[in-house]
Design a protein around this ligand. Structure first.
Ligand SMILES: NC(=O)c1ccc[n+]([C@@H]2O[C@H](COP(=O)([O-])OP(=O)(O)OC[C@H]3O[C@@H](n4cnc5c(N)ncnc54)[C@H](OP(=O)(O)O)[C@@H]3O)[C@@H](O)[C@H]2O)c1
Length: 320
């Protein structure tokens, strides 16, 4: 197929674009051309790269038309964050594309209730990001089922891979938490450390997009979680990382109001966002309908990212 991927040089695109090329698709990657993928791959030589700034083109009302000019058979939209953006693009592509895949987020769910959370559970998002993504999902599913617009929504968890800092055992992104665990130093977690996070390797997200394209009949009009096989508690995560460094986990715990005062404001904000959701999502639907088979557990994907952080000097491991 002739596949246009909007935002193809980021976390997911780094893996997805080579996968699509190797599968025989003709790939056009749209971005502002400000950055390179996290990893080089020979497949990029076969990719047509188009420079379009979505924000500018949307403001001018021309973004949909510019994507249509690329004559896509399938469009993968990695960077849609508002209902207005989604409506604009669907309006331009209606009746022309065979498949439209939107990258959502597990944040379309609010706090977990019955776990693992399935796609069928009622959406109770909070925070502007999750609320907008849930509105986009509802809109695309309605378009698919009512008008036949061939939309699929894939909801990744916390995306992990070598090249950027993974969500850490304290529920934020400061890599010094890993340095602390590597040194066998005490790490204080909020509450009892029993709140959960749900990672996914970027290549597994790419796998899900590739399989959704293959299984378009089962995929259209449906949304899918794309996460690792199992969520982990902050405590279990910290213990596993300490063990990976050959250290005992020296964990302490503080109630949230006290814990938040021990970290920077941005870290407290990130941790609250993650523990207030405490995601724990099911992949049974993606396994059944798309043949999704994640290659990485949460810890395997984090450890791969951690190796990169160590090489990059962002996490220090003292010689013993
Ligand atoms: N990160 C996570 O943990 C996470 C979790 C769940 C869901 N998601 C979802 O994943 C999607 C993001 O995917 P990603 O993490 O692979 O993306 P990413 O790493 O943030 O990369 C963004 C891509 O979009 C391009 N881009 C950014 N702004 C643009 C603009 N105004 N016009 C055109 N291109 C633009 C970037 O290239 P240039 O900078 O060169 O333009 C790049 O190719 C979002 O839908 C997000 O909601 C992310």
């Amino acid at each position: 197929m002739r596949v246009v991927i909007i935002g193809g040089s980021g976390h997911v695109g780094t893996y997805l674009v080579p996968r699509l090329v190797l599968a025989g698709h003709e790939v056009i990657a749209v971005s502002r051309s400000r950055r390179d993928p996290y990893q080089a791959h020979a497949a990029w030589a076969a990719v047509e790269q188009r420079t379009i700034d979505r924000a500018e083109a949307e403001a001018a009302g021309t973004f949909g038309a510019r994507i249509l000019e690329l004559r896509p058979e399938a469009v993968i939209d990695m960077i849609c964050f508002t209902l207005d953006s989604a409506r604009h693009l669907v309006g331009a592509l209606r009746g022309t594309v065979q498949h439209f895949l939107h990258c959502g987020t597990i944040w379309v769910h609010g706090p977990s209730s019955v776990v693992p959370t399935t796609e069928a559970q009622q959406r109770t998002p909070f925070g502007d990001y999750g609320i907008q993504k849930a509105a986009i999902e509802a809109y695309l599913m309605d378009e698919a089922r009512r008008t036949g617009f061939p939309a699929t929504v894939l909801h990744p968890g916390h995306i992990v891979g070598p090249g950027w800092a993974p969500l850490n055992p304290a529920g934020h992104f400061n890599p010094t938490v890993f340095t602390q665990l590597a040194a066998g130093a005490e790490l204080t977690l909020p509450n009892l450390g029993m709140e959960t996070v749900h990672h996914v390797h970027a290549d597994d997200v790419a796998q899900a997009f590739e399989r959704a394209l293959v299984h378009w009949r089962a995929a259209t009009g449906e949304s899918f979680h794309v996460v690792s096989p199992a969520a982990i508690t902050l405590r279990g995560y910290a213990e596993a990382i300490a063990a990976w460094f050959g250290q005992p986990a020296r964990l302490a715990f503080l109630p949230w109001p006290e814990w938040r005062a021990t970290v920077a404001q941005a870290e407290a904000k990130a941790t609250w966002d993650h523990i207030a959701h405490s995601p724990n999502c099911s992949i049974a639907k993606a396994e059944r309908l798309l043949g999704y088979r994640p290659r990485y557990s949460s810890l395997q994907s984090v450890c791969e990212a951690l190796q990169w952080l160590i090489q990059d000097g962002q996490v220090r491991v003292l010689e013993r």
